[in-house]
Design a binder for this molecule. Structure first.
Ligand SMILES: Cc1cc2nc3c(=O)[nH]c(=O)nc-3n(C[C@H](O)[C@H](O)[C@H](O)COP(=O)(O)OP(=O)(O)OC[C@H]3O[C@@H](n4cnc5c(N)ncnc54)[C@H](O)[C@@H]3O)c2cc1C
Length: 519
């Protein structure tokens, strides 16, 4: 692909950015720019270097930046917190891109208590929204969060990131955006297109085509404001840990999950992890951290048995009125008992008057309490990348994908599959194959990326596509969506050319290249 030809930032454009933002909001030194790149990358490799990082503090400044970029043909790459580690972080697809960081635009602009939503600026993190709810007397509203709290509500949402409470299912929470377009004009989506409309952040559509999803995983605009739905604190909350003792019970467990979801008993985004993935979190699994060759099946079974965690462990929860939660937990336990030797651990039902503290990390996450606990488990010098296809919520499908992935990881990486599956809705899950990177080992990092690239193609051929991809293999992942001789790609390219004729907004994001960079 020749599309990613590096860009050299003209001095005149840099001077204009400084005029708009002031010197302290324009970082060009290598050391400063290096603070704003993916730590999960072989650092001496400068393929995705930036030429400057800009820190706007207002929407008007963003509009001015975009206009200057248009004049000079500067490729801009926007991130919100820029902590998309393992997907390229804040780095642009094109070397020499100018990065826009929203870390200085991090306000929670509005909290609507009765309608249970908030409106945030792009830099607002899960921590910021959580704190704003506590400090404004709205601690009876909960926000569906990711595993770690330092990412932003908007940045994570714009990469189809996954959160775990009921509003995380099917990416339901984001609603109503304000977007700076490539010509510097400002667009409001949905009902927000009507000046003064009262229902902007409460109704997912508008009149005519719905635009919000067009700004996720795309490069059609820069989002400067967004609504995010919140959940009133329920009367009761029961976090659950559910074991799957043997690997050959995975299919049966997935089918039970589907039935529990389709009947409305199991809500939110439950997620389950295999024993190798769990080794990071549970000291009782011993020193296993991967990279020491393949652990035989019998040994994995022994670890599963001795720890009592099973070959797979699912975290899920029930939220709602006390009687409903009690009935749901009972039903889940009954159905799960069909899996021989399994158990459902349910130690506490939290209530509004007895809301934490939460000791276990899964309990915190599913109650919307952000932390850095999970990030702190990642040892120094280790990173990861994921290969994460979407799989129908059928036992037979999930088993097939698990087998295929294991074979790849064992033969290419000489390691065991470390996997998690996030049940994003009632009919599908995102199956994350997590590959650890030894960050100072160039050959190991390169081999891991090569393996993912190979998996992207092999799984694509079998009908499984990525839900989100690292910048380094976004072209390969997008290439798999080729029905009708790439009818989808041609369609999004037409939109790209119409809304961003100079191709300045995040060229190459998820395989969408502007006309001036297409081979
Ligand atoms: C231990 C660990 C656990 C994790 N757990 C989760 C998890 O549970 N769920 C999950 O989804 N991820 C998870 N991640 C991945 C990642 O850390 C999070 O998704 C993180 O929240 C990303 O948020 P961010 O604000 O840094 O995104 P950003 O890096 O700011 O944004 C991501 C991408 O979205 C686009 N973008 C961002 N802002 C804008 C904007 N304003 N306008 C236009 N485009 C924009 C850009 O292309 C950008 O590259 C995890 C990572 C680690 C290391």
């Amino acid at each position: 692909m020749t599309s990613a030809v590096p860009f050299e930032l003209p001095e005149a454009a840099l001077a204009r950015f400084r005029d708009i933002l002031g010197d302290d909001a324009v970082h060009v030194d290598e050391a400063q720019r290096d603070e704003y790149r993916d730590p999960y990358w072989y650092q001496p490799d400068r393929t995705y270097d930036s030429s400057a990082v800009l820190y706007p503090s207002s929407t008007e400044q963003v509009q001015e930046i975009v206009r200057v970029a248009g004049e000079y043909g500067v490729p801009l790459w926007t991130s919100s917190q820029g902590r998309n580690n393992g997907y390229g972080g804040p780095s642009g697809r094109v070397k020499g891109s100018v990065l826009i960081s929203f870390r200085r635009m991090n306000k929670v602009l509005e909290i609507n208590h009765d309608l249970a939503y908030a409106v945030v600026e792009p830099g607002a993190r899960w921590f910021d929204l959580y704190d704003a709810l506590q400090e404004s007397g709205n601690d009876d509203l909960l926000v569906s969060i990711t595993d770690i709290g330092w990412g932003s509500v908007i940045g994570n949402s714009l990469d189809n990131g996954i959160t775990y409470m009921p509003l995380g299912a099917d990416f339901m929470a984001p609603t109503g955006m304000e977007v700076v377009l490539a010509d510097g004009s400002l667009l409001r989506t949905g009902m927000g297109a009507m000046p003064g409309n009262k229902a902007w952040h409460t109704y997912k559509r508008g009149l005519g085509p719905t635009l919000d999803p067009l700004f996720t995983q795309s490069n059609f605009g820069i989002v400067t404001k967004m609504g995010f739905w919140l959940m009133p604190k329920p009367e009761a909350y029961a976090p659950l840990l559910m074991t799957i003792p043997r690997n050959d019970q995975l299919g049966q467990a997935v089918d039970i999950m589907r039935e529990l979801r389709l009947e409305g008993t199991l809500r939110g985004v439950p997620s389950f992890y295999n024993i190798v993935a769990m080794a990071w979190q549970f000291p009782e699994l011993g020193e296993y951290k991967g990279g020491k060759g393949i652990i035989p099946e019998e040994e994995l079974d022994r670890m599963a048995r001795d720890s009592g965690l099973g070959r797979w462990l699912m975290r899920g929860a029930s939220w709602g009125p006390a009687e409903v939660v009690e009935a749901q937990v009972k039903r889940i336990k009954e159905r799960w008992a069909e899996i021989e030797g399994s158990n459902v651990q349910h130690s506490t039902t939290y209530t509004r008057d007895n809301w934490g503290p939460f000791e276990l990390l899964p309990d915190k996450i599913q109650a919307g309490v952000p932390s850095m606990d999970m990030a702190n488990l990642v040892p120094e010098g280790i990173g990861h990348i994921g290969f994460s296809p979407v799989v129908p919520l059928l036992g037979s499908e999930v088993v097939k994908v698990e087998r295929m992935m294991s074979e790849f990881i064992e033969t290419r990486q000489n390691d065991n599959l470390s996997a998690g599956a996030l049940v994003i809705n009632d009919r599908s899950l995102v199956f994350v194959c997590n590959m650890n990177l030894v960050l100072d080992d160039e050959a190991q990092v390169k081999r891991s990326f090569d393996t993912v690239r190979e998996m992207v193609k092999a799984f694509g051929a079998e009908g499984y596509g990525e839900y989100r991809a690292h910048i380094d293999f976004q072209d390969d992942a997008a290439e798999q969506y080729s029905f009708g001789d790439h009818a989808y790609r041609r369609f999004v390219e037409k939109i790209k050319d119409a809304v961003d004729p100079q191709g300045i907004l995040s060229p190459g994001r998820h395989g969408i290249w502007p006309a001036n960079r297409r081979p």
